[in-house]
Design a protein around this ligand. Structure first.
Ligand code: SF4
Ligand code: SF4
Length: 358
């Protein structure tokens, strides 16, 4: 295949950006905020894409590193009218097709394509029930967290059914392997066929958006389902001042902003908002496979997000994503070494479980 074929559907967008060069996407791009280097912003990537299309630039490792060190967080898309995340994904695909892809990304995609899941697990988690609940690879590797979530869902009156699962394939596509993603999709469709016509509850925001947009499935984040019943639950108040971090896929991309906040308020938490919230929330540092290719960069981005929480006097960051929670916790730990103050990070499921257990 012509390596540049992936970029061709976006030629108009790429030239629109190159004519405009407004830069609205740049300052708050979490990667630019750390690197301070234009190429890492979306505007810089649009310039690189144009150079590739016109032949003034040739694919190389440095270019691939720039594309691989994007969080695919969509902050730039919230500031722009173009297909920013799709273009950056296409850029990764073009570079991978030309032979430049981070070995770690290739290894992760291969792991999914051969095993059907990304993260190591002791055994597959299953549960008999009536409402399909798709865990996804990351939760399949975290049985303790799943136990907590199931306990909350049961107390809220749900009877989750956890069936045989394979990976939704998000990572395969995001790391630039369109052909591999088609194979991953085929396998997912076969395995999950019995539930394709039902509403599926989901936990991981990234799986949720993939099941909705790439498979056309009817999905509902389980936290939204709980928010709908929050008034019926007997909750013990939690005394703390906290902020809520909107996971990129759950918030900006799925539009779930208020439901987690409603739960947090129902728990009696004093909620303060960070400067970047809701549509304009910034990534925790764990998106786009950046943790795999450059953990130091991911940690610096996480530290910046924790700084945002400190700036508004939050003692705790609450979030609801299996990627955001450990990434922010890593950032909080590292920042504590510099500012001598530790901001705790809690998953909303954890907090709900405690409030329901008392
Ligand atoms: S990507 Fe969009 S916001 Fe950024 S410089 Fe180009 S046109 Fe402006
Ligand atoms: S997707 Fe996020 S990290 Fe990537 S260029 Fe856009 S704002 Fe920056």
């Amino acid at each position: 295949m012509n390596p540049l074929q992936a970029l061709e559907p976006y030629i108009d967008d790429i030239y629109t950006c190159n004519r405009t060069r407004c830069g609205f996407c740049r300052e708050e791009c979490p990667v630019y905020r750390v690197e301070g280097y234009e190429t890492y912003s979306c505007r810089g990537k649009m310039l690189v894409a144009r150079g590739l299309l016109e032949g003034t630039l040739q694919p190389d490792e440095e270019m691939a590193r720039m594309a691989d060190e994007c969080l695919l967080c969509g902050y730039c898309a919230a500031r722009c009218a173009l297909h920013n995340v799709e273009i950056i994904t296409a850029l990764r695909e073009a570079l991978a097709e030309a032979g430049f892809q981070a070995p770690k990304h290739r290894a992760n995609a291969d792991q999914i394509l051969t095993e059907g899941y990304l993260f190591p697990r002791t055994s597959a988690i299953r549960r008999e029930g009536t409402t399909p609940l798709y865990l996804g690879c990351l939760y399949q590797s975290k049985p303790a967290e799943v136990k907590t979530i199931l306990s909350v869902l049961e107390k809220a009156g749900f009877d989750p059914l956890i069936a045989d699962e394979v990976c939704c394939g998000y990572v395969v596509e995001a790391t630039g392997d369109a052909e591999g993603f088609a194979r991953a999709q085929e396998r997912f469709r076969q395995v999950y066929a019995p539930y394709a016509d039902q509403e599926i509850l989901t936990l991981c925001p990234t799986c949720t958006i993939t099941l909705r947009d790439k498979y056309g499935l009817r999905v509902k984040p389980a936290i939204v389902a709980v928010a709908e019943r929050i008034g019926d639950l007997r909750l013990e108040p939690v005394a703390m001042t906290a902020t809520y971090h909107d996971p990129c896929h759950l918030g900006r991309m799925l539009g779930v902003f208020e439901e987690p906040r409603e739960i947090i308020r129902a728990l009696g938490v004093h909620l303060v908002e960070m400067e970047h919230n809701r549509t304009f929330s910034t990534c925790c540092g764990g998106g786009g496979g950046v943790t795999a290719v450059n953990p130091k960069l991911s940690a610096e981005i996480a530290k910046n997000r924790v700084r945002d929480a400190l700036a508004v006097g939050a003692e705790t960051i609450i979030t609801v994503c299996p990627t955001c929670t450990p990434t922010l916790l890593r950032g909080a730990g590292r920042l504590a070494n510099e500012v001598d103050k530790f901001v705790d990070v809690l998953d909303l499921w954890q907090l709900l479980d405690k409030a329901l257990a008392r």
